[in-house]
Each structure stands twice: as structure tokens, then as C-alpha cells.
Design a protein around this ligand. Structure first.
Ligand SMILES: [Zn+2]
Length: 198
């Protein structure tokens, strides 16, 4: 399980670059049907973000070309959304390697970043990530968007009340997240923060 004090994981941009008053938006569990509305909002607001995808969901109609063209980063969240710490090392390797191969085959861009489903991993995961040369990325602010379907306003509050220099913000490709995304971006800017990428 993820221990926030485990420094092997990037959970704030400051760990790898000197940034002040910048934060990073990350969207997990796509590519989903919400991807297009998310891209539309990010484009309108001139924000670039990171997407952690399950390559099992990478259907033909998902606009991965647009994601890249508009300056976002596509990273891996495994092939399917399994708890890695329940899998053997070989099964874990297959999950991660397959997703990297699929992404690199279609985009022709090296996959540099990885986030495990449910934030769950074990020491086998760390060895595999080192072997495959991908950097482990977690977050330091969870928006808890997945449990706020009925009260999307809480998503904004969860982020704004914890925001700090270099924060990596965990969001998902969900309908309630789309609903509040324009306001979330505005509120982050109102706090004096800009958006960055790794
Ligand atoms: Zn996930």
C-alpha cells in the first residue's frame, strides 16, 4: 500500500524540479467517454495535464492524437485496473509492459510515467518499474472525485483546502469531475497557482 513518506514515489513536482506556485492536474482511469469534454475544457482554459490510462480502454474512437497534439502527457495506469499487490511478479510485469507497448506503438512517444491502480503496489512493482525505466508517480492531493458524484462541489473544496507549491492533484475521467473542472481551474488560479507538467 502507498505510504506518503515513501520517497521513491513522485507525489509533488518539487521532488523533480524547482517550482513555486505551480500544480499538476492528473486524470486517471481513462480513456473514457468523458475525455472529449475534459479536453474541451482544458483547451478553453489553456491548461495542460497528465492522463494515466488503462490501455484496455483505448478504443479506436478515443482521441489520443488530440491529447498529444494539445500538449498533454499520456502515462500508464496498467493495461487493466487490477490491484497489483494481488498479482505475481510476472502478472504485474505483463500488466505494466503491455500497457507501455500499446501506448508506445500507437503514439510513437516514450512512456515515462506510471501510476498503479488504487495506489497499490509491492516491492515487485518497484523492481519492474526500474527495469522498464518508468517513473512512479502518485499524488499529494486526492480530490476524492469518485466519492462525490452527488456533491461535486466537495471536489473543489478537497483540492483548494490542500493546495501547495508543486501539488500533484488526483482526478478521474468522471462526469462529476467534468462538471466542476472549469470552476476548479478558476479557483486554483484565484489562489495564485499556475499549471505545469512533469
Ligand atoms: Zn485508477
Amino acid at each position: 500500500m502507498y505510504d506518503p513518506s515513501d520517497s521513491r514515489w513522485i507525489k509533488n513536482c518539487i521532488q523533480i524540479m524547482p517550482v513555486s506556485k505551480h500544480v499538476l492536474l492528473t486524470f486517471d482511469d481513462g480513456p473514457s467517454r468523458q475525455l472529449i469534454p475534459i479536453l474541451n475544457i482544458l483547451k478553453e482554459k489553456r491548461v495542460r495535464a497528465m492522463f494515466f490510462w488503462n490501455t484496455k480502454l483505448l478504443y479506436k474512437e478515443r482521441p489520443w492524437q488530440r491529447v498529444i497534439r494539445e500538449g498533454h502527457i499520456i502515462a500508464t495506469h496498467c493495461h487493466s485496473h487490477k490491484k497489483l499487490d494481488n498479482l505475481t511478479k510476472e502478472q504485474q510485469y505483463k500488466q505494466i509492459k503491455t500497457s507501455i507497448t500499446i501506448l508506445e506503438d500507437i503514439t510513437r512517444i516514450k512512456v515515462k510515467y506510471f501510476r498503479p491502480p488504487y495506489g497499490r503496489f509491492n516491492e515487485d512493482t518497484m523492481v519492474i518499474l526500474r527495469d522498464l525505466n518508468v517513473l512512479p508517480v502518485m499524488w499529494d492531493i486526492s480530490s476524492c472525485d469518485w466519492i462525490n458524484k452527488e456533491a461535486p462541489e466537495n471536489i473543489i473544496c478537497n483540492v483548494i483546502s490542500h493546495i501547495s507549491d508543486g501539488s500533484i492533484i488526483l482526478l478521474h475521467e468522471l462526469k462529476q469531475t467534468v462538471t466542476i473542472l472549469p470552476r476548479l481551474i478558476d479557483e486554483i488560479r484565484k489562489q495564485g497557482f499556475h499549471f505545469t507538467l512533469l
